[in-house]
Design a protein around this ligand. Structure first.
Ligand code: FAD
Length: 449
């Protein structure tokens, strides 16, 4: 028998690592413990499942426990929670949630891939029926059940980040009366205010109400059921409330085991995904990432990163050699008929880091203006005032946002200057682009500055 590998957490990071270990170590014993009842599914698809765009939850599942067992020889244990890591003894204590029993398992190498949890403040009334976070598939079942069983007309979403905005669209598609509340003076906090304003306008154009600078104080209920949200300024009636104000890492197990934590309490990892404790790795939403533009540790919990970090961890655990190159802060979201993409630094981030920058903002079209259905594209670039290296980009529009933001993310990754963007050999035909892509149009404007 080969070495024993234990994985805590059976989703993106954990199962990417497990399958990678199997590729490298055909004879290894691999055990994965997942406290929920589903593993290896696309959390990113949950808003679309709730909206009914994705008809069934099983459509989100990449692989079942049986497939992991039969195809990969990975022993998966669902409804099994790891409650303790004993790093000195190289053992974990696992609680079988249905039986209530506990058992200790020894390991040679351990991966912590416990993900994150939704921030859910201790507001009065948070235990009322009809108040939900959305972090995992079980949350989506609860929300769907509530929608089916109750007469839900009014929905209040607390938080206008990407989950809040995707869920605003989901509830809108379900014909609910939706209000989005945010403490900040803008929605989509990772975007600059003038770009975020486009999201607000898109919501309002579709009849979704937005209330900014609203500080929630409590939930009001009747007979155990939520009837609205109290803020410092008013009251918002609701039959369902979604709390979507951010994610924090599940790092308590690691902390208790004496493993070093980093920014926002995430498990500090190096580029091989090793923690401060020999033989223990971490990956995904529970771990830190290196931000290539900020040149420092960051915490941006996203599925793309979880998959990559899981693969890197699995490769190194399995005796290979891999390094996680870091993130540049790329993200994209759909807000009704609009897409919003960002990469690199926002103005607020550049200011916070004391980086001298210039901006160029243009309004262009996603393809040749004479070809039917050309749509407005808003593009904003930040670049370093002295060395003219690209620092960040934000793109908002109805079509073609994804390709521009990915070109810009690639340029950022490779440290390109704003001027070099003009030299890129980008594809063109009238239905897809103009002869000068909007990215290059912005570069031209910057050259003139
Ligand atoms: P998770 O997927 O959270 O998995 C961790 C697992 O560990 C969980 O299943 C949990 O039950 C289990 N676990 C925790 N503690 C224990 C324990 N002690 N014992 C056993 N098991 C344990 N990302 C994008 O890039 N793009 C998107 O569009 C996007 N949309 C999203 C939409 C929503 C609604 C949500 C919630 C997330 C979205 N994300 C998106 C983020 C993405 O889903 C996460 O970054 C990704 O799932 C993280 O993977 P992970 O494996 O690190 O953590």
């Amino acid at each position: 028998m080969g070495k024993r590998f234990i994985i805590i957490g059976g989703d993106a990071a954990g199962m990417s690592a497990a399958t990678q270990i199997r590729r490298l170590k055909p004879d290894a014993e691999i055990l994965a413990f997942e406290k929920g009842s589903t593993l290896s599914y696309a959390q990113c698809g949950l808003p679309y499942y709730i909206a009914g765009v994705v008809p069934e939850a099983k459509d989100l599942v990449a692989r079942t426990p049986e497939q992991f067992r039969e195809k990969y020889g990975i022993q998966v244990f669902i409804r099994h929670e790891v409650i303790k890591i004993d790093a000195d003894e190289r053992r974990v204590t696992v609680r079988a949630l249905d039986e209530g029993s506990e058992e200790k398992f020894s390991y040679d190498t351990l991966l912590i891939a416990t993900g994150g949890h939704a921030i859910f403040p201790n507001w009065e009334g948070r235990e009322l029926n009809g108040v939900f976070p959305l972090k995992d598939i079980e949350d989506s079942y609860r929300i769907k059940k509530w929608l089916q069983a109750e007469m839900v007309e009014k929905v209040v979403i607390i938080g206008g980040g990407y989950i809040g905005l995707e869920m605003a669209e989901a509830f809108h598609l379900l014909k609910k009366e939706v209000t989005v509340l945010d403490l900040a003076p803008q929605l989509a906090g990772t975007f600059d205010p003038e770009m975020a304003l486009l999201a607000k306008e898109e919501l309002e154009r579709n009849g979704i109400k937005v209330a900014l600078e609203e500080e929630v104080t409590s939930f009001r209920g009747e007979r155990g059921r939520v009837i609205g949200v109290e803020t410092k300024r008013g009251f918002y009636p609701a039959d369902l409330v979604l709390v979507a104000i951010g994610i924090l890492p599940n790092s308590e197990l690691a902390k208790e085991a004496g493993i070093e934590l980093g920014i926002k309490g995430a498990i500090r990892v190096n580029e091989r995904m090793e923690t401060s404790m020999p033989g223990i790795y971490a990956a995904g939403d529970c771990a830190t990432q290196y931000h290539r533009i900020k040149e420092q540790e960051d915490y941006i919990p996203l599925g793309t990163t979880a998959n990559k970090q899981g693969r890197v961890a699995g490769t190194n655990m399995g005796g290979g050699e891999a390094r996680f190159a870091g993130v540049v802060g790329s993200a994209i979201m759909k807000v009704l008929d609009m897409a919003m993409g960002r990469t690199g630094l926002s103005e607020k981030e550049a200011k916070g880091l004391g980086i001298p920058y210039e901006i160029v903002s243009i309004r262009s079209r996603d393809h040749a203006h004479y070809y039917p259905h050309a749509e407005r594209l808003h593009l904003k670039l930040l670049y370093h005032r002295e060395n003219r290296k690209l620092l960040g980009a934000q793109v908002v529009g109805r079509h073609g946002v994804d390709k521009r933001i990915d070109v810009l993310a690639t340029a950022l990754y490779h440290g390109m200057t704003i001027d070099q963007l003009q030299e890129l050999d980008l594809s063109y035909a009238p239905p897809f682009n103009s002869v000068w892509d909007p990215v290059q149009q912005a570069s031209t404007v910057a050259r003139k500055i």
